[in-house]
Design a protein around this ligand. Structure first.
Ligand code: SF4
Ligand code: SF4
Length: 503
């Protein structure tokens, strides 16, 4: 089996016979997992990532951003009622929703790139399921104790101590779940207002519904379902294998070094002392020594556990490590005929190569990521904050007035995405003699119609253009409307045509 095949292989205990496989139940009976506490470099990084993710999630809705009077001052807000998305200084209108689509595509390519470089780093470190499960396990450990204490508690008599610890654990979980559901609601409502509304029973039914929905799912998925979500519910592990290759860094057991397993002082055995520390810390309850498995989320806690065992035994760390399958194969090939011992370790480590981060797959993901990022940046920089559209009347196409003059009607729509509501003068760029009138507006000092623009809104005007009576006209005459600010600058213009009967 090549190392790439090993990456994709199913668990060793799955039957190869399709009939036997079909006879197996779809879900294996759940074995309760009691992960043990672990210390080490990976665990420290995971704590830092957890605090960063949770801190951002809970704190961001409370950040304020001054946008002027009458506009929400919440830095990040999806304002469904007014069809706006606020993100610090950026305000997106419904017609700019493609920026969201672009951000999602960007996120997807970033995820592909990270996966091809570092395997399931997203799953093991930043996925919300992992982060909240880690937090819930921390609470469980504080209240019920570490692995052995929890197992003893579950297997022992269900007396007062049992119920006290269980009720307290679930109570704290529910508080965290409520805070999580509440924080989610705040991204769609003003945070201080909706918090008060929820606490005083004045929030709308929808708010309570979504609050309960997200709180309930947090409690259920992080408290109860845990590793079952990663194993059975999440589609990501299924197609993530397509992004990995033999140069991706994944959590691996260096079997060429660890096997045959045996007691620390036994002769002729590898470095694995079969202590099961790596299994006991695993949040999905698997044994990484069985090879790459779908259930492994790449959290690296088994790396810390084994490093600590190796440290106590005075052996080099890294029996379980973030390693490429290519290096694993190379080390295995180089040491295949060697007996366990220091020489085998040296030869295995010498056969390794520096992981190739630059390769066609990662270049493709990096290229796609850069292109999408550049397109989005360009679109954002060229984004107009004042859009003008001119719609010419189609029925009738033109009107002949009683004195013989020809009149065309237009509807001008001003979409103002800023909070500046200073009026703009409308100027007509047309051949001499064309006159323009705008319904229900006043003129400025120079006799140009003044169009009020609604701050952060849309304003619409009826405009008529008339030619002098008896004037010879082409059937189509190009003209343009210009919007001019108080400093005389043209801030927007739109071309159109003037229609007249056949000469
Ligand atoms: S922690 Fe290391 S030594 Fe212990 S069983 Fe796992 S691989 Fe072997
Ligand atoms: S095998 Fe190791 S890396 Fe994989 S989930 Fe278990 S502890 Fe995490």
């Amino acid at each position: 089996m090549t190392s790439v095949e090993a990456l994709h292989r199913a668990k060793a205990d799955r039957p190869a016979d399709p009939i036997a496989a079909a006879a197996q139940p779809m879900y294996a009976p759940r074995k309760h997992v009691y992960p043990r506490r672990v210390f080490g470099r990976v665990r420290s990084v995971k704590w830092a990532v957890l605090m960063l993710c949770l801190g951002l999630y809970y704190v961001v809705p409370w950040l304020r951003w001054d946008r002027g009077a009458g506009v929400p001052d919440q830095a990040v807000l999806v304002d469904i009622a007014n069809a706006r998305i606020f993100f610090f200084w950026i305000e997106l209108w419904p017609q700019e929703i493609y920026f969201l689509a672009g951000a999602m595509i960007l996120g997807a390519f970033a995820l592909f790139a990270v996966s091809s470089l570092f395997g399931r780093m997203w799953c093991g470190f930043t996925c919300p399921q992992t982060v909240w499960t880690d937090l819930f396990m921390l609470v469980e450990r504080w209240i019920q104790g570490d692995r052995n204490a929890r197992m003893k508690l579950d297997q022992g008599p269900h007396g007062a101590n049992y119920w006290f610890r269980k009720v307290l654990t679930h109570g704290v979980w529910l508080v965290i779940a409520a805070a999580t559901g509440g924080a989610w609601i705040m991204y769609f409502n003003d945070a201080p207002t909706v918090t008060m509304d929820i606490l005083t029973g004045q929030a709308s039914v929808q708010v309570y519904f979504f609050f309960a929905l997200f709180a309930g799912f947090t409690y259920l998925l992080a408290g109860w379902a845990r590793e079952q979500v990663c194993t059975y519910m999440c589609p990501w592990p299924r197609f993530q294998a397509a992004m990995l290759d033999e140069n991706s860094l994944v959590v691996t057991y260096r079997d060429w070094r660890g096997e045959p397993r045996g007691k620390a002082k036994a002769d002729g055995v590898g470095d694995c002392v079969d202590c099961f520390a790596c299994v006991h810390v695993c949040p999905t309850g698997i044994d990484i020594r069985d090879g790459q498995q779908l259930e492994c989320i790449g959290c690296g806690l088994c790396v810390d556990a084994c490093d600590s065992v190796m440290g106590k035994l005075g052996r080099p760390k890294g029996l379980i490590a973030f390693e490429t399958l290519k290096n694993l194969s190379a080390s295995a090939a180089a040491t295949a005929t060697m007996p366990a011992g220091a020489a085998r370790f040296k030869a295995g480590m010498a056969a390794r190569q520096v992981p190739r981060f630059v390769r066609p797959r990662t270049l493709f993901y990096a290229g796609a990521l850069s292109i999408v990022a550049l397109v989005m940046l360009g679109a954002f920089l060229m984004r107009s904050t004042l859009d003008v559209t001119v719609l010419r009347d189609r029925a009738p196409l033109y009107v002949r007035l009683s004195d013989g003059a020809i009149r065309n009607g237009y509807t001008i729509k001003i979409v103002n995405k800023t909070h500046d509501d200073a009026p703009l003068a409308l100027a007509l760029a047309a051949p001499d003699g064309f006159r323009m009138t705008v319904q229900d507006v006043e003129d400025d000092a120079q006799g140009r119609p003044l169009l009020a623009r609604r701050a952060d809104g849309i304003a619409q005007y009826r405009v008529f253009v008339v030619t002098p009576a008896g004037r010879r006209l082409d059937q189509e005459t190009p003209l343009a409307f210009r919007l001019v600010d108080a400093q005389g600058r043209t801030v927007a213009s739109q071309s159109t045509i003037f229609l007249a009967p056949k000469p």
